[in-house]
Design a protein around this ligand. Structure first.
Ligand SMILES: *[C@@H]1O[C@H](CO)[C@@H](O)[C@H](O)[C@H]1NC(C)=O
Length: 520
C-alpha cells in the first residue's frame, strides 16, 4: 500500500468512524444580568455555533454583530426588575447572612420570573419549536428546568463557579462536609474541628434554605409559566439534568469527588490564542521596561463610581510608581491623571494579561479575572467588594499569589504596601506561575471538553447510563441507615435477649438461696 492509499484510507475511516452527530438545535439559557456569568455561557454557545450547531440563546446580552448559527432571544425587562439589587454595588454593606441570604434568593426569583415573563421568551415557549438540548445556567434558576421538559430535550447545567448544593443535587455529586468546603464560606479542604462544625451546620442550613426560601417560589413560577401536563418541579430536579459543567478546576481549588456527569471546564472562556493587541497598546506595553500594572474592577463595578477619596488614593499611589498603569476607567477624563497612567473604558483583558511585561493585576477579585490572571501567571491584588470576591482573594493569599485589600479598608498605606510587596518579592510571581503550569497541564482544552460533553449528551439521548444511582435513593437508603439499624440492632436485640435469659436462670438461684435461708 503506498502513502496515497494509506492517507485515503485514514481519511475515509475518519469520515465513517468518528462518532459524529448531525448538527443539533441547542437552546442556551443564561438569564443572569451580570456580564461575567454571560461570558462563561456564551463562550460555550459560540463554540457550538462555530461547529455548525444551530444555537439559540436567551440572555440580556445581545451580540453587537450577528454571528452565524447564533440566534439571540434578548430579555429586556430584567434590567429594570433587578435594578434594586444591582445598583450601588460599591456601597454594598456587609450585612448579616440573615439579611443577605433572603436578599440573594429574592434577586434570583426576580431574575427568573422576569425572564420567563419576557415577551420574547413567552413567544418561544408558545412557538412549538423543537430543541435537541437545553443548556441552563444553574443560579437559583430551578423553575427554568421546565424548558427541558417543555421542549422534550435533555438538559446540561452550567455553573459559573464551582460545585454547590444547587448543582450537586442535580447529578448526585457527593459533598461530605468533612473535607469539601462550602463554596460560600472561605474555608479550605483541611478544616479544624470548629471549621468542620461551621461547614457542617452550613450544609444543614442550606437544605432548609432551599426547601423554605427557594423551592416554593421556584415552584410557583414554574407552575405559572409552563403549560400542563408537567411533572412536579421536584421530579425535574431529580431527573432532568444529564450533566453539569463547572467553571472550576482542581488546580485552582481543591481536589474532591464528582459524579460522572459533573465536569470541570474552568476557564473555558479564556482565549487560548491571544489576539494581537492594537499597535499603539502593543508598543506602549513593549516599551514599559519597568513593567505594567493592569487595574480593572470588572464588568459590574465601574471604577468611575469610586468615591473621590478612594480615587485619590489610587492616583497618589500610582503617581509614585515607575511602572506604567493601564486602568479600566469608564469615562473620557480622569482629573489629575499621572503621566504613567493610561485610561480606557475597555481593555482586551485576556490579551493584556498575556503580555510578558505585566507584573501585577489589581482586580475586584471576581472568579473570571482571577482565573485569567492565573492562566497567564500574573499575581493579583484583590479589592473584594461582594459575592465570591472575598473567597477568591482568601484563596489567593493562602496560595501566595496575591494580596487582599478589602474595598472598605483602602488607604494609601495599605495599597502601596501591597503593591510594593508583590513587585518586590518574586515568590508571588513564582507561585502564580506554578499555578499556571498546573492549570494549563490538561489533556484537552476545557472548551473542547465542554463541547465534547454537550455532543455526548445529545448523541446518547440524555446519556441515562451516566446517571448516578444515588439519585434514586432516599435519605435513609443513601446513608445506609436501614443497614446500620440491622447491623447494630440485631446484636443489640440478641444481647438483650441473652441477658434476660441469664437473668431468668439467675432468678431461681436467688429463690434457692431464699429457700435455703427460709429453711435455715
Ligand atoms: C412573576 O411575575 C408575574 C407577572 O409580573 C407576577 O404576577 C407574579 O406574581 C410573579 N411571581 C413571583 C413568584 O414573583
Amino acid at each position: 500500500m503506498n502513502f496515497i492509499q494509506l492517507l485515503f484510507l485514514v481519511i475515509i475511516s475518519g469520515v465513517f468512524w468518528y462518532p459524529r452527530i448531525e448538527t443539533a438545535k441547542i437552546l442556551g439559557v443564561f438569564p443572569t444580568a451580570s456580564k461575567s456569568h454571560y461570558i462563561v455561557g456564551s463562550a460555550l454557545m459560540k463554540a457550538l455555533a462555530e461547529k455548525g450547531h444551530e444555537v439559540t440563546v436567551i440572555s440580556p446580552f445581545p451580540q453587537s454583530n450577528p454571528l452565524e448559527n447564533f440566534r439571540d432571544i434578548t430579555t429586556t425587562d430584567i434590567w429594570k426588575a433587578t435594578e434594586p439589587f444591582t445598583s450601588n454595588l460599591l456601597h454594598f454593606k456587609r450585612t448579616s447572612p440573615f439579611e443577605n441570604i433572603p436578599r440573594i434568593y429574592k434577586f434570583g426569583h426576580t431574575m427568573v420570573n422576569s425572564t420567563l415573563n419576557d415577551p420574547a421568551v413567552v413567544k418561544l415557549i408558545n412557538s412549538g419549536e423543537h430543541f435537541d438540548l437545553v443548556i441552563l445556567e444553574i443560579f437559583m434558576t430551578d423553575a427554568m428546568l421546565g424548558f427541558a421538559h417543555h421542549f422534550k430535550a435533555p438538559c446540561i447545567g452550567l455553573s459559573t463557579f464551582g460545585a454547590s448544593k444547587w448543582t450537586t443535587d442535580l447529578v448526585g455529586t457527593p459533598a461530605p462536609p468533612s473535607f469539601v468546603p462550602n463554596p460560600f464560606l472561605s474555608l479550605t479542604d483541611r478544616m479544624s474541628f470548629s471549621e468542620r462544625m461551621l461547614n457542617f451546620v452550613m450544609s444543614l442550613a442550606e437544605v432548609l434554605v432551599v426547601r423554605i426560601l427557594d423551592y416554593p417560589v421556584q415552584n410557583q413560577i414554574y407552575q405559572n409559566t409552563f403549560p400542563d401536563p408537567k411533572p412536579s418541579l421536584q421530579e425535574l430536579k431529580n431527573t432532568a439534568v444529564s450533566a453539569v459543567l463547572l467553571n472550576n478546576h482542581f488546580s485552582l481549588s481543591y481536589p474532591r469527588p464528582y459524579a460522572t456527569g459533573m465536569i470541570e471546564v474552568g476557564g473555558m472562556h479564556i482565549n487560548r490564542n491571544p489576539k494581537p493587541l492594537p499597535d499603539d497598546i502593543q508598543r506602549y506595553m513593549d516599551d514599559a521596561t519597568d513593567g505594567i500594572i493592569y487595574f480593572s474592577m470588572g464588568s459590574n463595578i465601574k471604577s468611575k463610581d469610586l468615591p473621590d477619596e478612594k480615587r485619590k488614593v489610587f492616583l497618589n499611589v500610582f503617581s509614585k510608581l515607575k511602572q506604567k498603569v493601564l486602568w479600566k476607567w469608564e469615562d473620557d477624563k480622569l482629573p489629575s491623571k499621572p503621566d504613567n497612567v493610561r485610561i480606557q473604558n475597555w481593555w482586551p483583558q485576556d490579551d493584556i494579561l498575556a503580555h510578558p511585561n505585566v507584573r501585577l493585576f489589581i482586580t475586584h477579585g471576581g472568579l473570571l479575572s482571577t482565573t485569567e490572571s492565573l492562566y497567564h501567571g500574573v499575581p493579583v491584588i484583590g479589592i473584594p467588594v461582594f459575592g465570591d470576591q472575598n473567597l477568591n482573594m482568601a484563596k489567593a493569599e493562602r496560595g501566595g499569589y496575591g494580596l487582599s485589600v478589602p474595598y472598605q479598608e483602602i488607604s494609601e498605606e495599605r495599597l502601596s504596601a501591597a503593591i510594593n510587596a508583590i513587585l518586590g518579592d518574586s515568590t508571588f510571581k513564582q507561585n502564580a506561575q506554578v499555578m499556571s503550569q498546573r492549570y494549563r497541564d490538561q489533556p484537552v482544552n476545557p472548551l473542547d471538553l465542554a463541547v465534547f460533553w454537550v455532543e455526548y449528551i445529545i448523541r446518547h439521548k440524555g446519556a441515562p447510563h451516566i446517571r448516578t444511582a444515588s439519585m434514586d435513593l432516599n435519605f435513609i437508603q443513601y446513608h445506609n441507615l436501614d443497614v446500620l439499624a440491622v447491623l447494630v440492632g440485631i446484636p443489640v436485640i440478641v444481647i438483650l435477649l441473652l441477658s434476660r435469659l441469664i437473668c431468668k436462670k439467675k432468678t431461681p438461684r436467688k429463690n434457692d438461696r431464699g429457700d435455703r435461708k427460709k429453711r435455715n
